[in-house]
Write a protein that binds this ligand. Structure first.
Ligand SMILES: C[S@@+](CC[C@H](N)C(=O)[O-])C[C@H]1O[C@@H](n2cnc3c(N)ncnc32)[C@H](O)[C@@H]1O
Length: 305
C-alpha cells in the first residue's frame, strides 16, 4: 500500500515484485485488485497477460497482452482510495468522500493513535493507517470473527501489519479494552448503536481527542448526540457529505435579448389567446425559434446559431 513515506519523495517509483498487490486499470470504470503471481497469467477483456512480465516493472507501467489481441492495461500502485474502489465487500463500506471528511475532521496526522469499530471490510482502516503513518497506530475492532481474520490478513499482505491491530470484540457490549484508556487521539465508530460506546470512548480519548460516529439514520445521530452531551463532550457537529459530479456538455447558443423580450410578450399573448380558445402569432414564433420555459410562467426565446 502506498504510504507516502518521507524518504520516498523524489525517489523513482518502486518496482513490482512477485506477490505484490497491483490495481489493474482497464479503463476509467473498470479496475481490479490482483496479487502478482509470476507463475500465472491473468485474463481480462483486453487479452491474456503473463504476470511474470510485470515483475521488475515500475508501478504505473502500461503492459501489453500476449498474442494477437494488442490489448493493454495499466498496473497501478495500490492506494487506500483505489483499494476502496476494488475491494471485496464483506459489509457495507465507506467511500472516498466520507473517508476524506472523517480523516480530516479526526485531525489525523503521523504518530496518532486511532481506535475504530467496526472494521467491516477495512475500507476506512486503510486510509486511517496511511494518515497516522509513520509512527502511529490504528486499533480496530469487530465482533465478527471471520471478518477480523480476513481484514488482518489483508492488512499484513498490504504492508500495514505494523500500523494496524485488529481484534475480535463486541465493542457495544464490552467497550474498548482498558489498556487503551487514555491512549487515543481519535476514535471512530461505524456501529448500529454508537451511543452504547460513548462512555468507553470518553475513557479512551486523550484531552482534546476527537470522536466521530457514522450513522445512516437521524434517530441514531440524535441518540448519539444525547449520549455525547451526557458524557461531557463539547462542540458536536452533524455533517453530511454529498458528492455531486458535473456532467459537462458543450453547446453554442446565441441569445437575442430583443427577440427574447418580443417572444416573452408573444408567449404571454399566446397563452392568453389559448385560454380564450384561439391560436395566434405566437404559433408562428415557435416555428422560427424555440421557447424555453422555466416552468414558473417565465419564458425566454433562444435562437440557435
Ligand atoms: C458497516 S460495517 C463497517 C464498514 C467499515 N467502516 C468499512 O469502511 O469497511 C459495520 C461493522 O461493524 C461490526 N459490528 C456491528 N456491531 C458490532 C459490535 N457491537 N462490536 C463490534 N463490531 C460490530 C459488523 O460486524 C460490521 O463488520
Amino acid at each position: 500500500m502506498v504510504l507516502h513515506k518521507k524518504q520516498d519523495l523524489g525517489a523513482p517509483p518502486p518496482c513490482i515484485v512477485d506477490g505484490d498487490l497491483v490495481i489493474v486499470y482497464e479503463q476509467f470504470d473498470a479496475m481490479k485488485a490482483v496479487y502478482v503471481d509470476a507463475k500465472q497469467n491473468i485474463q481480462s477483456r483486453f487479452g491474456c497477460f503473463p504476470m511474470k512480465e510485470w515483475v521488475g516493472k515500475p508501478f504505473g507501467s502500461r503492459v501489453c497482452a500476449k498474442g494477437k489481441s494488442q490489448g493493454w492495461v495499466h498496473i497501478l500502485a495500490p492506494t487506500p482510495e483505489l483499494w476502496t474502489q476494488v475491494l471485496k465487500h464483506r459489509t457495507q463500506i465507506l467511500y472516498a468522500a466520507d473517508i476524506a471528511m472523517i480523516c480530516s475532521f479526526l485531525e489525523l496526522r503521523p504518530g496518532c493513535t486511532v481506535l475504530e469499530s467496526g472494521t467491516g471490510s477495512g475500507s476506512l482502516t486503510h486510509s486511517l493507517a496511511r494518515a497516522v503513518a509513520p509512527g502511529g497506530h490504528v486499533h480496530t475492532f469487530d465482533f465478527h470473527q471471520k471478518r477480523t481474520e480476513e481484514a488482518a490478513s489483508e492488512f499484513a499482505r498490504h504492508g500495514l501489519g505494523e500500523l494496524v491491530t485488529v481484534q475480535h470484540r463486541n465493542i457495544e457490549a464490552l467497550g474498548f479494552p482498558e489498556e487503551l484508556h487514555g491512549a487515543a487521539d481519535a476514535l471512530f465508530l461505524d456501529l448500529p448503536g454508537p451511543w452504547n460506546v460513548v462512555a468507553s470512548a470518553a475513557a479512551c480519548l486523550r484531552p482534546d481527542g476527537v470522536f466521530c460516529s457514522f450513522s445512516p439514520c437521524i434517530e441514531q445521530v440524535q441518540r448519539t448526540c444525547a449520549a455525547l452531551a451526557a458524557a461531557g463532550f463539547t462542540a458536536p457537529r452533524t455533517m453530511e457529505c454529498l458528492l455531486r459530479s458535473y456532467e459537462v456538455h458543450s453547446q453554442r447558443i446565441t441569445c437575442d435579448l430583443d427577440k427574447a423580450d418580443a417572444a416573452a410578450a408573444a408567449a404571454t399573448e399566446s397563452k392568453k389567446r389559448k385560454r380564450e380558445g384561439s391560436g395566434g402569432p405566437a404559433a408562428e414564433g415557435r416555428q422560427k425559434g424555440g421557447y424555453s420555459s422555466a416552468g414558473d410562467g417565465r419564458e425566454a426565446f433562444i435562437a440557435a446559431s
